[in-house]
Ligand binder design. Structure first.
Ligand SMILES: [Zn+2]
Ligand SMILES: [Zn+2]
Ligand SMILES: [Zn+2]
Length: 257
């Protein structure tokens, strides 16, 4: 089986580059990060989470959350940064218990997400998150550590994010895919047909326009709207495990990176 290259990421505080597991360790020693952590309060529990998705977990986030944040707040963060397309249902499965975004009268054992993280999480625990019960995107969440203190507000921009100040992004994977035509630019689209044939999967805007100019006699770059010529099999390229699924068109997360 081919070894999957998991992209590295940058620490949002000191900009050092690490792989997924090394980044989790780095956060306990990063001096710039430790400076930013409020140390006045010892009442709060803070959990460090590694959240992974996609094949072999090639998409990843290192996140810290306050113990008094709710599952609903974490759900809202995950929707904004990675998965929201059309308000599908979502679910956390923790220790055999389901916590769902909308309670259904057909599943009496489920609980809602208005549950504090401190009441359900513990260091060393792994749990699942599912978004959309049709075309499901499944994430694995590992509770890497627990400490006392605060998290500041760097992970959210007031008035823009809905998930409150209880969730902060520490690091995420970089985009390593490049356009498969020029081999250089960040892709603008993924072609879903590439799963079934040998057409290029990733296209940058320039290469797509060039291919239209060369191959489509109806296309006039001066007059025509490019959007009208985008094939049905093209989807927005996104740094998300939900890329290409359902109507997903990218993040509504307004973090500072
Ligand atoms: Zn750092
Ligand atoms: Zn959808
Ligand atoms: Zn290109």
């Amino acid at each position: 089986m081919a070894r999957v290259a998991i992209p590295k990421g940058h620490c949002r505080f000191c900009d050092a580059q690490y792989g997924r597991a090394a980044m989790v360790k780095h956060m306990t020693t990063c001096k710039k990060y430790v400076e930013k952590v409020e140390d006045g309060s010892t009442d709060n529990i803070v959990y460090e989470l590694l959240i992974t998705g996609g094949y072999a977990g090639r998409y990843w986030l290192v996140v810290e959350v306050l113990g008094n944040e709710t599952l609903a707040g974490l759900d809202s963060f995950l929707r904004q940064i990675w998965v929201e397309c059309c308000w599908h249902m979502s679910e956390f499965e923790i220790g055999g218990q389901s916590y769902v975004s909308q309670l259904s009268r057909f599943s009496y054992n489920d609980k809602d997400m208005n549950v504090s993280l401190a009441s359900v999480l513990a260091p060393g625990m792994t749990f699942r998150y599912r978004y959309d019960f049709g075309d499901t995107t499944e994430l694995k969440i590992e509770v890497k550590s627990e400490r006392r203190g605060g998290i500041g507000v760097k992970g959210s921009v007031p008035g823009k994010n809905n998930f409150g100040d209880g969730v902060r992004l520490l690091a995420r994977n970089e985009v390593t895919e490049v356009c498969e035509v020029c081999g250089k630019e960040r892709p603008a689209w993924i072609d879903l047909d590439a799963y079934y044939s040998d057409v290029p999967a990733f296209w940058c805007r320039e290469c797509f326009v060039k291919s239209l100019e060369e191959e489509d006699p109806d296309f006039d770059p001066e007059e025509d709207d490019l959007e009208d010529f985008i094939p049905d099999t093209f989807r927005e390229f996104c740094n998300s495990p939900r890329m290409g699924v359902c109507g997903y068109e990218g993040s509504s997360y307004y973090g500072d990176d």
